[in-house]
Unconditional design. Structure first.
Ligand code: ZN
Length: 189
């Protein structure tokens, strides 16, 4: 496992549509060590998720994990998940505005996300999954899969909602946490 440098907004790979992984290649060393590096890099950076193109590899692989996360103390737990070739399907019209951050840029911003989604993906053992996700967990999935399509939060955020982490902490954090904690209590995730 190697901690890899995380690319920042402006790097062209972040704007590429990542290529699908051939399922037969999943057991091979190239994909497996890429997955290991993504997990290690995400954990080292304290992120909730990381997409392969954030470390310069335009392949459709994301990893997600939320434990006790000081960057996002309001996020519900999300066990370590490796999603290869993930596809997101919204299940209804319900949306929520989530103030999101990203390891590839120094800002946070308000992004509208679907609350109820289905995710179809293959894990690192090559097993196919079809699961429903809800609430902030669904938001994390949408953020990571956006990366694979070359989309960043600055593309989706209301421009006037953008703030540095310092200014977010000083001026917006309390109101956001109050609203989002009530949301998490209502939807359960
Ligand atoms: Zn991101």
């Amino acid at each position: 496992m190697t901690v890899r440098p995380i690319l920042s907004i402006g790097h062209p790979v972040l704007r590429e549509v990542a290529a699908e992984v051939v399922v037969e290649d999943i057991p091979g060393g190239e994909v497996q060590s890429l997955v290991d590096d993504l997990i290690e890099t995400m954990r080292e950076a304290g992120g909730a998720g990381l997409a392969a193109n954030q470390i310069g590899v335009p392949r459709r692989i994301v990893v997600m994990e939320v434990g006790e996360n000081p960057r996002y103390p309001y996020k519900p737990r999300l066990p370590l998940t490796v999603a290869i070739n993930p596809i997101i399907t919204p299940l209804d019209e319900e949306t929520v505005v989530i103030n999101e951050g990203c390891l590839s840029l120094p800002l946070r911003g308000d992004v509208r996300r679907n609350v109820n989604i289905r995710v179809d993906y293959v894990d690192r053992d090559g097993l196919a999954h079809s699961e429903t996700k809800r609430g902030l967990t669904a938001g994390t999935w949408q953020h990571e899969v956006d990366h694979l399509d070359g989309v960043l939060i600055t593309d989706r955020a209301a421009p006037q909602s953008l703030s540095t982490w310092t200014e977010f902490e000083a001026h917006h954090r309390d109101a956001f946490i109050e609203r989002i904690t009530a949301f998490v209590a209502r939807v359960g995730s």
